[in-house]
Design a protein. Structure first.
Length: 186
């Protein structure tokens, strides 16, 4: 199950978001940036992060998350209107408060789909590489007789179909973010 960390310095906001999401996701909460950094670990899939918090801002928390080598999907959920400073920030979505339950649920679902899409593309690439190596090194007769090769082709077809389906679930911005993240990792 997807684990979501909700970070906001307003306890009532944290509680509302947790209530909206608790039926579909494992929820962790943090009331401020310091608490968020205590709570974050490799099990967190999605972070809903306020930007303007005392002691440690959401921008600083986002930077610290990446400095630790963690890579959850991050949605900034904030009353701070976006400005050009967001261009260099490594978040996946930006929601301006107030947000509705539907907006929040849709954003978390998009971020979950984005992660699944990227994972599928990585697997698809690895399988395609294996197929290419085998097709280069083995004869057609050897390939035709190999159960492992046939299973590889079936796995590749399955992941191709799943990746196309997941890509269709993403809106334009999420798809662009997925491609950008994959290219940045190269």
């Amino acid at each position: 199950m997807t684990t979501v960390l909700i970070v906001d310095d307003e306890p009532n906001v944290v509680e509302a978001y947790a209530l909206w999401l608790k039926d579909e996701y494992d929820i962790r909460t943090a009331e401020g940036g310091e608490e968020a950094l205590e709570e974050i670990d490799e099990d967190i899939d999605v972070v809903l992060l306020d930007r303007r918090m005392p002691k440690r801002s959401g921008d600083e928390v986002l930077e610290a998350i990446h400095e630790r080598g963690l890579d959850p999907r991050v949605a900034m959920v904030t009353a701070v209107d976006p400005d050009f400073d967001i261009v260099d920030m490594s978040f996946d979505a930006y929601l301006t408060k107030p947000v509705t339950k539907d907006d929040l649920v849709e954003t978390v679902e998009q971020l979950r789909s984005l992660e699944q899409y990227e994972s599928g593309v990585r697997e698809q690439f690895a399988l395609a590489e294996k197929r290419a190596v085998l097709e280069t090194e083995m004869s057609e007769a050897e390939l035709a007789e190999s159960e492992e090769y046939q299973a590889l082709l079936e796995d590749l077809e399955r992941i191709d179909d799943e990746t196309v389906d997941r890509a269709g679930e993403l809106d334009h911005d999420a798809f662009a973010a997925a491609v950008r993240n994959l290219v940045d990792e190269e």
